[in-house]
Design a protein around this ligand. Structure first.
Ligand SMILES: C=CC1=C(C)c2cc3[nH]c(cc4nc(cc5[nH]c(cc1n2)c(C)c5CCC(=O)O)C(CCC(=O)O)=C4C)c(C)c3C=C
Ligand SMILES: [Fe+2]
Ligand SMILES: [Fe+2]
Length: 339
Protein backbone atom coordinates (compact mmCIF):
# COMPACT_ATOMS: atom_id res chain seq x y z
CA UNK A 1 0.00 0.00 0.00
CA UNK A 2 1.67 3.28 -1.10
CA UNK A 3 2.21 5.36 2.06
CA UNK A 4 3.44 8.74 3.22
CA UNK A 5 4.18 9.66 6.85
CA UNK A 6 3.41 13.04 8.36
CA UNK A 7 4.78 14.44 11.63
CA UNK A 8 2.49 17.09 13.19
CA UNK A 9 3.66 19.56 15.83
CA UNK A 10 1.79 22.45 17.46
CA UNK A 11 3.14 25.36 15.37
CA UNK A 12 4.35 28.91 16.01
CA UNK A 13 3.63 32.40 14.67
CA UNK A 14 5.21 33.22 11.26
CA UNK A 15 7.28 35.97 12.90
CA UNK A 16 7.53 37.86 16.18
CA UNK A 17 5.48 40.78 14.80
CA UNK A 18 2.39 41.42 16.91
CA UNK A 19 0.08 40.94 13.88
CA UNK A 20 1.51 37.46 13.18
CA UNK A 21 1.36 36.46 16.85
CA UNK A 22 -2.26 37.69 16.95
CA UNK A 23 -3.21 35.62 13.88
CA UNK A 24 -1.55 32.52 15.35
CA UNK A 25 -3.12 32.93 18.80
CA UNK A 26 -6.50 33.57 17.14
CA UNK A 27 -6.34 30.25 15.27
CA UNK A 28 -4.99 28.38 18.34
CA UNK A 29 -7.45 29.70 20.91
CA UNK A 30 -10.51 29.53 18.63
CA UNK A 31 -9.98 25.76 18.50
CA UNK A 32 -12.97 24.32 20.39
CA UNK A 33 -10.71 21.63 21.89
CA UNK A 34 -8.45 24.29 23.44
CA UNK A 35 -11.05 26.75 24.73
CA UNK A 36 -13.99 24.36 25.00
CA UNK A 37 -16.93 26.72 25.42
CA UNK A 38 -19.75 27.39 22.93
CA UNK A 39 -18.62 29.26 19.79
CA UNK A 40 -20.14 32.66 20.59
CA UNK A 41 -18.70 32.73 24.11
CA UNK A 42 -15.33 31.54 22.77
CA UNK A 43 -15.34 34.27 20.10
CA UNK A 44 -16.15 36.84 22.79
CA UNK A 45 -13.39 35.62 25.11
CA UNK A 46 -10.75 35.23 22.42
CA UNK A 47 -11.49 38.09 20.00
CA UNK A 48 -13.05 40.45 22.52
CA UNK A 49 -10.63 39.99 25.43
CA UNK A 50 -7.51 37.79 24.98
CA UNK A 51 -6.45 39.06 21.53
CA UNK A 52 -6.56 42.67 22.74
CA UNK A 53 -3.72 42.25 25.18
CA UNK A 54 -1.94 38.89 24.92
CA UNK A 55 -0.37 39.16 21.41
CA UNK A 56 1.83 42.13 22.45
CA UNK A 57 3.06 40.33 25.57
CA UNK A 58 3.52 37.00 23.75
CA UNK A 59 5.37 38.75 20.88
CA UNK A 60 7.91 40.08 23.41
CA UNK A 61 8.36 36.57 24.82
CA UNK A 62 8.80 35.11 21.32
CA UNK A 63 11.38 37.84 20.49
CA UNK A 64 13.46 36.73 23.47
CA UNK A 65 13.79 33.14 22.20
CA UNK A 66 13.53 33.54 18.38
CA UNK A 67 16.39 32.17 16.31
CA UNK A 68 18.00 33.75 13.22
CA UNK A 69 16.24 31.16 11.04
CA UNK A 70 12.84 31.35 12.78
CA UNK A 71 10.84 29.84 15.60
CA UNK A 72 12.82 27.22 17.58
CA UNK A 73 9.82 24.86 17.51
CA UNK A 74 9.59 25.04 13.69
CA UNK A 75 13.34 24.87 13.05
CA UNK A 76 13.73 21.92 15.45
CA UNK A 77 10.74 20.14 13.88
CA UNK A 78 12.27 20.60 10.41
CA UNK A 79 15.58 19.20 11.62
CA UNK A 80 13.73 16.25 13.13
CA UNK A 81 11.85 15.63 9.87
CA UNK A 82 15.15 15.58 7.96
CA UNK A 83 16.74 13.14 10.42
CA UNK A 84 13.66 10.87 10.52
CA UNK A 85 13.68 10.82 6.71
CA UNK A 86 17.22 9.43 6.82
CA UNK A 87 15.87 6.51 8.90
CA UNK A 88 12.73 5.76 6.89
CA UNK A 89 11.94 4.17 3.56
CA UNK A 90 8.77 6.22 3.05
CA UNK A 91 8.49 9.98 2.43
CA UNK A 92 8.29 11.91 5.72
CA UNK A 93 6.34 15.19 5.68
CA UNK A 94 5.82 17.84 8.38
CA UNK A 95 2.79 19.97 9.24
CA UNK A 96 1.72 22.25 12.09
CA UNK A 97 -1.68 22.18 13.82
CA UNK A 98 -1.72 26.00 13.91
CA UNK A 99 0.13 28.41 11.60
CA UNK A 100 2.45 27.14 8.85
CA UNK A 101 3.04 24.76 7.17
CA UNK A 102 -0.67 24.08 7.75
CA UNK A 103 -2.29 20.66 7.63
CA UNK A 104 -4.42 21.78 4.64
CA UNK A 105 -1.47 23.01 2.57
CA UNK A 106 0.58 19.90 3.42
CA UNK A 107 -2.18 17.40 2.58
CA UNK A 108 -2.86 19.19 -0.74
CA UNK A 109 0.82 18.96 -1.65
CA UNK A 110 1.10 15.30 -0.56
CA UNK A 111 -1.90 14.43 -2.74
CA UNK A 112 -0.60 16.27 -5.79
CA UNK A 113 2.90 14.74 -5.46
CA UNK A 114 1.51 11.22 -4.80
CA UNK A 115 -1.51 10.60 -7.05
CA UNK A 116 -1.31 6.87 -6.24
CA UNK A 117 -1.28 7.42 -2.43
CA UNK A 118 -3.29 4.85 -0.43
CA UNK A 119 -2.23 5.36 3.19
CA UNK A 120 -1.23 8.33 5.36
CA UNK A 121 0.51 7.54 8.67
CA UNK A 122 0.27 10.51 11.03
CA UNK A 123 2.47 11.02 14.10
CA UNK A 124 1.16 13.78 16.40
CA UNK A 125 4.35 14.91 18.16
CA UNK A 126 2.86 14.58 21.65
CA UNK A 127 3.69 11.71 24.01
CA UNK A 128 0.45 12.20 26.01
CA UNK A 129 -3.24 12.31 25.11
CA UNK A 130 -4.93 15.68 25.65
CA UNK A 131 -7.97 16.98 23.81
CA UNK A 132 -6.05 20.25 23.31
CA UNK A 133 -2.98 18.56 21.75
CA UNK A 134 -3.17 14.96 20.45
CA UNK A 135 -6.93 14.82 19.86
CA UNK A 136 -7.17 18.13 18.00
CA UNK A 137 -4.44 16.99 15.57
CA UNK A 138 -6.25 13.71 14.87
CA UNK A 139 -9.61 15.43 14.32
CA UNK A 140 -8.16 18.20 12.13
CA UNK A 141 -6.30 15.69 9.93
CA UNK A 142 -9.51 13.62 9.56
CA UNK A 143 -11.51 16.74 8.65
CA UNK A 144 -9.03 18.07 6.05
CA UNK A 145 -8.29 14.62 4.60
CA UNK A 146 -12.00 14.05 4.02
CA UNK A 147 -12.06 16.96 1.58
CA UNK A 148 -8.49 16.92 0.21
CA UNK A 149 -7.81 13.19 -0.07
CA UNK A 150 -11.09 11.24 0.24
CA UNK A 151 -10.70 7.46 0.27
CA UNK A 152 -7.11 7.52 1.61
CA UNK A 153 -6.59 5.28 4.64
CA UNK A 154 -5.61 7.29 7.73
CA UNK A 155 -3.48 5.68 10.44
CA UNK A 156 -2.42 7.49 13.64
CA UNK A 157 0.47 6.80 16.01
CA UNK A 158 -0.99 6.32 19.50
CA UNK A 159 0.29 8.44 22.42
CA UNK A 160 3.66 6.92 23.28
CA UNK A 161 4.00 8.07 26.93
CA UNK A 162 4.82 4.54 28.15
CA UNK A 163 6.61 3.12 25.12
CA UNK A 164 9.72 1.38 26.45
CA UNK A 165 12.06 2.66 23.75
CA UNK A 166 10.77 6.23 24.10
CA UNK A 167 11.21 6.02 27.90
CA UNK A 168 14.73 4.71 27.41
CA UNK A 169 15.65 7.64 25.14
CA UNK A 170 14.08 10.18 27.52
CA UNK A 171 16.01 8.66 30.43
CA UNK A 172 19.24 8.78 28.40
CA UNK A 173 18.62 12.47 27.64
CA UNK A 174 18.37 13.22 31.39
CA UNK A 175 21.31 11.07 32.54
CA UNK A 176 24.17 13.56 31.81
CA UNK A 177 22.47 16.13 34.09
CA UNK A 178 22.51 13.60 36.94
CA UNK A 179 26.26 13.06 36.79
CA UNK A 180 26.76 16.15 38.96
CA UNK A 181 25.27 15.61 42.46
CA UNK A 182 21.60 16.73 42.47
CA UNK A 183 18.83 17.18 45.01
CA UNK A 184 15.75 16.52 42.85
CA UNK A 185 14.48 16.06 39.30
CA UNK A 186 11.34 18.10 38.55
CA UNK A 187 9.20 16.73 35.71
CA UNK A 188 7.31 19.81 34.47
CA UNK A 189 4.44 19.07 32.04
CA UNK A 190 2.27 21.54 30.13
CA UNK A 191 -0.94 21.98 32.15
CA UNK A 192 -4.54 21.52 31.03
CA UNK A 193 -7.81 22.61 32.65
CA UNK A 194 -9.18 19.98 35.08
CA UNK A 195 -12.44 20.10 33.10
CA UNK A 196 -10.64 18.60 30.07
CA UNK A 197 -9.59 15.59 32.15
CA UNK A 198 -13.19 15.05 33.31
CA UNK A 199 -14.51 15.40 29.74
CA UNK A 200 -12.17 12.65 28.54
CA UNK A 201 -13.18 10.24 31.33
CA UNK A 202 -14.96 7.43 29.46
CA UNK A 203 -16.23 5.93 32.73
CA UNK A 204 -17.82 9.28 33.67
CA UNK A 205 -16.77 8.74 37.27
CA UNK A 206 -13.06 7.98 37.64
CA UNK A 207 -10.84 11.00 37.11
CA UNK A 208 -9.64 13.61 39.61
CA UNK A 209 -10.41 11.59 42.70
CA UNK A 210 -7.93 10.54 45.40
CA UNK A 211 -5.44 8.07 43.86
CA UNK A 212 -7.37 7.87 40.53
CA UNK A 213 -4.29 8.04 38.32
CA UNK A 214 -2.69 5.13 40.22
CA UNK A 215 -5.87 2.95 40.07
CA UNK A 216 -6.27 0.89 36.88
CA UNK A 217 -9.10 2.26 34.71
CA UNK A 218 -10.20 2.48 31.05
CA UNK A 219 -10.22 6.27 31.67
CA UNK A 220 -6.43 6.24 31.45
CA UNK A 221 -6.46 5.86 27.66
CA UNK A 222 -7.41 9.55 27.55
CA UNK A 223 -6.22 10.79 30.94
CA UNK A 224 -3.40 13.30 30.41
CA UNK A 225 -2.64 13.38 34.15
CA UNK A 226 -2.30 9.58 34.41
CA UNK A 227 -0.10 9.49 31.31
CA UNK A 228 2.20 12.24 32.67
CA UNK A 229 2.55 10.32 35.95
CA UNK A 230 3.31 7.11 34.03
CA UNK A 231 6.07 8.74 31.94
CA UNK A 232 7.53 10.09 35.19
CA UNK A 233 7.32 6.77 37.02
CA UNK A 234 8.90 4.80 34.18
CA UNK A 235 11.74 7.28 33.61
CA UNK A 236 12.41 7.53 37.35
CA UNK A 237 12.56 3.72 37.53
CA UNK A 238 14.99 3.60 34.58
CA UNK A 239 17.20 6.21 36.22
CA UNK A 240 17.01 4.53 39.64
CA UNK A 241 15.57 7.66 41.30
CA UNK A 242 14.21 7.25 44.84
CA UNK A 243 10.72 8.60 45.75
CA UNK A 244 12.12 11.78 47.33
CA UNK A 245 14.40 12.46 44.34
CA UNK A 246 11.69 13.46 41.86
CA UNK A 247 8.38 15.32 41.62
CA UNK A 248 5.79 16.40 39.03
CA UNK A 249 4.34 19.85 38.27
CA UNK A 250 2.27 21.52 35.53
CA UNK A 251 3.17 24.74 33.71
CA UNK A 252 1.69 27.34 31.30
CA UNK A 253 -1.85 27.77 32.65
CA UNK A 254 -4.23 30.26 31.01
CA UNK A 255 -7.40 31.79 32.44
CA UNK A 256 -9.16 31.43 35.77
CA UNK A 257 -10.58 27.87 35.61
CA UNK A 258 -8.90 25.23 37.79
CA UNK A 259 -5.90 23.68 36.00
CA UNK A 260 -3.86 20.66 37.01
CA UNK A 261 -1.71 21.27 40.08
CA UNK A 262 0.89 21.69 41.52
CA UNK A 263 1.98 24.60 39.34
CA UNK A 264 5.57 24.67 38.12
CA UNK A 265 6.16 28.35 38.97
CA UNK A 266 5.03 27.87 42.59
CA UNK A 267 7.06 24.65 42.89
CA UNK A 268 10.23 26.36 41.61
CA UNK A 269 9.79 29.21 44.08
CA UNK A 270 9.15 26.75 46.93
CA UNK A 271 12.29 24.75 46.09
CA UNK A 272 14.21 28.04 45.91
CA UNK A 273 12.92 29.09 49.36
CA UNK A 274 14.14 25.75 50.71
CA UNK A 275 17.62 26.74 49.50
CA UNK A 276 17.76 23.63 47.30
CA UNK A 277 21.33 22.74 46.31
CA UNK A 278 20.81 21.54 42.75
CA UNK A 279 17.58 21.02 40.81
CA UNK A 280 17.28 19.30 37.41
CA UNK A 281 14.18 20.20 35.35
CA UNK A 282 12.85 18.15 32.43
CA UNK A 283 9.77 18.94 30.29
CA UNK A 284 8.58 15.67 28.70
CA UNK A 285 5.26 17.00 27.32
CA UNK A 286 7.28 18.79 24.64
CA UNK A 287 9.35 16.82 22.15
CA UNK A 288 10.80 20.05 20.70
CA UNK A 289 12.10 23.04 22.63
CA UNK A 290 9.70 25.95 22.27
CA UNK A 291 8.48 29.11 23.96
CA UNK A 292 7.27 27.10 26.95
CA UNK A 293 10.66 25.50 27.64
CA UNK A 294 13.06 28.21 26.41
CA UNK A 295 11.30 31.21 27.95
CA UNK A 296 8.93 29.99 30.66
CA UNK A 297 11.36 27.45 32.16
CA UNK A 298 14.88 28.37 31.07
CA UNK A 299 14.41 32.13 31.65
CA UNK A 300 11.45 32.72 34.00
CA UNK A 301 11.68 29.44 35.91
CA UNK A 302 15.42 29.65 36.45
CA UNK A 303 15.03 33.27 37.61
CA UNK A 304 12.23 32.30 40.06
CA UNK A 305 14.24 29.42 41.53
CA UNK A 306 17.53 31.31 41.91
CA UNK A 307 15.77 34.51 43.02
CA UNK A 308 14.04 32.62 45.84
CA UNK A 309 17.34 31.23 47.12
CA UNK A 310 17.93 28.03 45.10
CA UNK A 311 21.65 27.31 44.55
CA UNK A 312 21.88 25.65 41.11
CA UNK A 313 19.47 24.53 38.40
CA UNK A 314 19.86 22.71 35.10
CA UNK A 315 17.15 22.40 32.42
CA UNK A 316 17.39 19.30 30.23
CA UNK A 317 16.81 20.00 26.50
CA UNK A 318 13.82 18.31 24.81
CA UNK A 319 14.50 15.32 22.56
CA UNK A 320 14.58 17.67 19.53
CA UNK A 321 16.53 15.97 16.71
CA UNK A 322 18.50 13.47 18.80
CA UNK A 323 19.77 10.59 16.70
CA UNK A 324 18.16 7.83 18.83
CA UNK A 325 14.79 9.63 18.88
CA UNK A 326 14.88 10.25 15.09
CA UNK A 327 15.76 6.58 14.54
CA UNK A 328 12.86 5.45 16.75
CA UNK A 329 10.37 7.59 14.80
CA UNK A 330 11.79 6.17 11.55
CA UNK A 331 11.31 2.65 12.93
CA UNK A 332 7.70 3.36 13.94
CA UNK A 333 7.02 4.64 10.43
CA UNK A 334 8.60 1.69 8.64
CA UNK A 335 6.80 -0.81 10.91
CA UNK A 336 3.41 0.68 9.99
CA UNK A 337 3.84 1.51 6.29
CA UNK A 338 4.99 0.21 2.94
CA UNK A 339 6.70 2.27 0.22
C1 LIG B 1 1.67 19.22 25.61
C2 LIG B 1 1.23 19.95 24.70
C3 LIG B 1 0.34 21.09 24.89
C4 LIG B 1 -0.89 21.14 25.51
C5 LIG B 1 -1.67 20.03 26.16
C6 LIG B 1 -1.32 22.50 25.45
C7 LIG B 1 -2.51 23.00 25.99
C8 LIG B 1 -2.88 24.34 26.01
N1 LIG B 1 -2.14 25.42 25.62
C9 LIG B 1 -2.84 26.59 25.80
C10 LIG B 1 -2.43 27.90 25.52
C11 LIG B 1 -1.19 28.27 24.94
N2 LIG B 1 -0.13 27.44 24.72
C12 LIG B 1 0.85 28.15 24.08
C13 LIG B 1 2.08 27.67 23.63
C14 LIG B 1 2.41 26.32 23.52
N3 LIG B 1 1.67 25.24 23.94
C15 LIG B 1 2.30 24.08 23.59
C16 LIG B 1 1.86 22.77 23.84
C17 LIG B 1 0.67 22.42 24.46
N4 LIG B 1 -0.36 23.23 24.79
C18 LIG B 1 3.53 24.45 22.93
C19 LIG B 1 4.51 23.48 22.35
C20 LIG B 1 3.60 25.84 22.90
C21 LIG B 1 4.75 26.67 22.33
C22 LIG B 1 4.53 27.14 20.93
C23 LIG B 1 5.73 27.85 20.35
O1 LIG B 1 5.55 28.57 19.35
O2 LIG B 1 6.87 27.72 20.81
C24 LIG B 1 0.41 29.50 23.88
C25 LIG B 1 1.13 30.58 23.07
C26 LIG B 1 2.12 31.35 23.75
C27 LIG B 1 1.56 32.30 24.75
O3 LIG B 1 0.91 33.26 24.38
O4 LIG B 1 1.74 32.00 25.95
C28 LIG B 1 -0.86 29.59 24.44
C29 LIG B 1 -1.76 30.80 24.49
C30 LIG B 1 -4.11 26.20 26.33
C31 LIG B 1 -5.22 27.19 26.66
C32 LIG B 1 -4.13 24.82 26.47
C33 LIG B 1 -5.17 23.89 26.96
C34 LIG B 1 -6.40 24.17 27.13
FE1 LIG C 1 -6.62 10.03 36.21
FE1 LIG D 1 -0.04 25.39 25.18
Amino acid sequence: MKSVAMLVNLGSPDSTEVKDVKRYLGEFLMDGRVIDVPYLLRAFLVKGIILNTRPKKSAEAYKSIWWENGSPLIVLSERLQEKVQAHSEVKVELAMRYGNPSITETLKRIKSENPDLENLFVIPLYPHYAMSSYETVVERVREVAESEMPGINLDFQEPFYDDDQYIDILAKSIKPALETPFTKVLFSYHGVPERHIKKGDVTGNHCLKEGCCQTKSPAHAKCYRHQCFETTRLVAEKLGLKEDQFSVSFQSRLGRDPWLTPFTDATLKEYGHQGMERLVVVCPAFVSDCLETLEEIQVEGVHDFLGAGGKAIEVVPCLNDREDWSALLGKWIDNRTTV
